[in-house]
Design a protein around this ligand. Structure first.
Ligand SMILES: Nc1ncnc2c1ncn2[C@@H]1O[C@H](COP(=O)(O)OP(=O)(O)OP(=O)(O)O)[C@@H](O)[C@H]1O
Ligand SMILES: [Mg+2]
Length: 341
């Protein structure tokens, strides 16, 4: 659905050229939830805003359904933007309008429905985002999560094919974040809507996205399925972001850390597994089938979107022969294992 080719963006600041995006290439499929993650200033907003040309690339092409939108005249661009909804970190609601008025606004601008049809559509959207009872309130009377629901309803008003989300949940508390992410996932599944979202939070990517691209210094440094990128990060920036949610492992793998120096005697191995094997009694099997002794140092058993996974950091003690028996058993269960030290 979206194809970004050789995209570059430079800003002119005090007479100097500052590069915000360098040679970005991406493909995003129809119905996909695609995440772009990176640190502050990495170029996420610039990249997202290139998809509806709120930001004009310096060079390169942005193809949507096969057409290069950078060549569109203003009439076609206007029509395109009606097919693309956008939600913002700080909601950007019209404070002088009610909840219903905010959702009605884009319908009014498009001008293709009469007043009765618009009222019907607004009621439908209010129900979708669970705000029917708040229709006549003003934005200042709403909580952050409710404001973002208005932002989502407004973005969906004209039945877009593509939804762009710029840090849609970073102003919200964790529980409200989860409810907004669930709403976005429902919308994606119910309407087959393609969603591109940017975030600096790995948790958002894990909950919602099918694929992810990691951006750093204006370049895409890694991209792929969320499970692959999350469980086997290759680039240092990605590893850093994954480790943020797992400071203990990061500390243990730091050779300067007291724990690693003093306490580790055996072989440190990280096991990663996906799917049904998550529910198998792997550890008791290892204990029974091999003479190696093991200690669990860190572990997470959770899911990435709908896929259960486990990742355990174990220290094995035993002879080389014992350890190779462990590895043979792990291979038998198709459990990925990686010796860390
Ligand atoms: N209008 C502008 N003029 C000059 N430089 C800009 C402009 N907009 C962005 N930049 C620069 O481009 C780079 C990328 O900015 P961008 O807003 O895309 O980052 P981001 O990844 O969205 O960051 P954040 O997570 O903080 O929102 C930054 O170095 C920023 O200072
Ligand atoms: Mg930004």
């Amino acid at each position: 659905m979206i194809r970004i080719e050789q995209l570059n963006k430079t800003y002119r600041v005090d007479g100097r050229e500052v590069s915000a995006l360098t040679d970005v290439n991406l493909e995003i499929g129809k119905g996909e939830v695609f995440g772009i993650i990176g640190r502050s200033g990495a170029g996420k907003s610039t990249l997202l805003r290139s998809l509806n040309l709120l930001e004009r690339p310096t060079s390169g092409r942005v193809l949507i359904d096969g057409e290069d939108i950078t060549r569109f005249d203003s009439r076609r661009l206007h029509a395109l933007r009606q097919r693309i909804g956008m939600i913002f970190q700080h909601f950007n609601l019209l404070n002088a309008k009610t909840v219903a008025g905010n959702i009605d606004w884009p319908l009014k601008c498009t001008g293709s429905l009469d007043a009765a049809q618009r009222a019907e559509r607004v009621a439908e959207l209010l129900a979708l985002v669970g705000l029917t009872e708040h229709a006549n309130k003003y934005p200042t009377q709403l909580s952050g999560g409710q404001k973002q629901r208005v932002g989502i309803a407004r973005a969906l008003a004209n039945r877009p094919q593509l939804l762009l989300c710029d840090e849609a949940t970073s102003a919200l508390d964790p529980e409200t974040t989860q409810s907004i992410l669930r709403l976005l996932l429902d919308i994606n599944r119910q309407f087959g809507l393609t969603i591109v979202l940017i975030t600096h939070e790995m948790q958002v990517i894990r909950t919602l996205c099918d694929r992810v691209a990691v951006i750093d210094g204006g370049r895409i440094v890694e991209s792929g399925k969320v499970v692959d990128v999350f469980l086997h990060p290759r680039h240092a920036v990605t590893r850093g972001m994954v480790a943020q949610s797992d400071p203990l492992t990061a500390a243990m793998l730091d050779p300067g850390h007291a724990f690693a120096k003093d306490k580790l005697r055996g072989t440190l191995v990280r096991l990663t597994y996906l799917g049904d094997v998550t529910y198998q009694p792997i550890l008791s099997h290892l204990a029974a089938a091999t003479p190696a002794r093991f200690t669990i140092l860190q572990g997470e058993v959770s899911s990435i979107k709908d896929l259960p996974f486990g990742q355990l950091l174990l220290e094995f003690e035993g002879s080389e022969d014992d350890i190779s028996k462990v590895f043979a058993e792990l291979d038998r269960f198709e459990i990925h294992h990686e010796v860390l030290q």
